[in-house]
Design a protein around this ligand. Structure first.
Ligand code: NAD
Length: 282
């Protein structure tokens, strides 16, 4: 929204599953439902977006000689048997589970990117993004950080799925943006893990939310969702060495910035009416 007044900015509403012809130098390919609630809602559309959508964007990159950056995900590691996860780890993914449309979709998108790179000489860049949070996130799309923050602000119990001992690493959005730009402008294809290695269990995350918003915020346990990975933590040595990048904002510093934005949107002029729904730890 804040770019609309910029005369050099143009917004085109387009479904990447349909081909698109444009003159561009660089393609940041982020289009994909990313919250488990969204990507499980229409799994066939999710995999189409990852496969056909990525093919279309790679085709465009090839046609106009653009550099192409794929936002892949830590989900390509599945429920990892190696910890922390290094880019050379091939992952432990269920190919027929309810998360496969996303996990296997992104794995195929990586394959397509590498095949266009090797076979057609397209300049590609691959980022494997770990859980990212920050201001302006969708309030009720079912991701764990936004869920806990919205629930604590609304005085609802924070819903923890499973025993809450599963871990995730939470990256502030500005750190990710910096990492993506360095990757795009640099000379290395990747894949690169882009994430914050600070690792928290869901219960520890709930505790940080309590410290930030309300020490009396309650926790409510629910049965875990299918194939929820037990742990997740990036090894970012490669990004440090080759991109000169590492995240700067720890969770306890980033969370208050997100909370003040959520507080304004929940209690400001435009009140959110729906309530937080189903989620997983993604
Ligand atoms: N945020 C994270 O923690 C995280 C982690 C790993 C990977 N990623 C990846 O980063 C990218 C952006 O994630 P986000 O968190 O900003 O998600 P988001 O849901 O906020 O944004 C995704 C956008 O993609 C659009 N989209 C979905 N299907 C599309 C289609 N067929 N055609 C055109 N647009 C389409 C949606 O409308 C939405 O605007 C995604 O590809 C996601 O898989 C994000």
């Amino acid at each position: 929204m804040h770019h609309f007044k910029n005369p050099s900015f143009e917004l085109i509403r387009h479904d990447v599953v349909e081909p698109l012809l444009l003159e561009v130098d660089q393609i940041y390919h982020l289009a994909c439902p990313a919250s488990p609630v969204h990507y499980k809602h229409n799994p066939v559309k999710t995999i189409k977006t990852n496969v056909v959508g990525t093919l279309n964007m790679l085709g465009l990159a090839k046609r106009v000689g653009a550099r192409f950056l794929l936002t892949s995900t830590s989900e390509v590691y599945g429920d990892p048997l190696q910890h922390p996860q290094v880019e050379t780890y091939w992952g432990n993914v269920n190919p027929i589970g309810v998360r496969s449309c996303y996990d296997e979709g992104k794995r195929t998108a990586e394959t397509l990117a590498m095949d266009y790179h090797r076979g057609a000489g397209v300049e590609v860049r691959i980022a494997r993004i770990f859980n990212t949070y920050g201001p302006r996130m969708c309030i009720d799309d079912g991701r764990v950080v936004s869920n806990f923050v919205a629930q604590a602000l609304r005085k609802e119990p924070m819903t923890v799925y499973g025993d809450g001992k599963q871990t995730r690493s939470f990256q502030f959005v500005s750190d990710l943006v910096e990492g993506l730009m360095r990757l795009m402008e640099g000379e290395h294809v990747g894949p690169f893990n882009l994430g914050n290695p600070g690792e928290f269990t869901m219960l520890e995350l709930a505790q940080v939310v309590q410290e930030t918003i309300d020490p009396n915020a309650r926790i409510e346990f629910r049965p875990n969702t299918e194939d929820d990975p037990h742990k997740r933590k990036p090894d970012i040595t490669k990004a440090k060495d080759l991109l000169g990048w590492e995240p700067k904002i720890p969770l306890r510093q980033g969370l208050p910035m997100m909370v003040s934005d959520f507080r304004q949107r929940i209690f400001g002029d435009h009140k959110e009416e729906d309530t937080a729904t189903n989620t997983s730890s993604s």
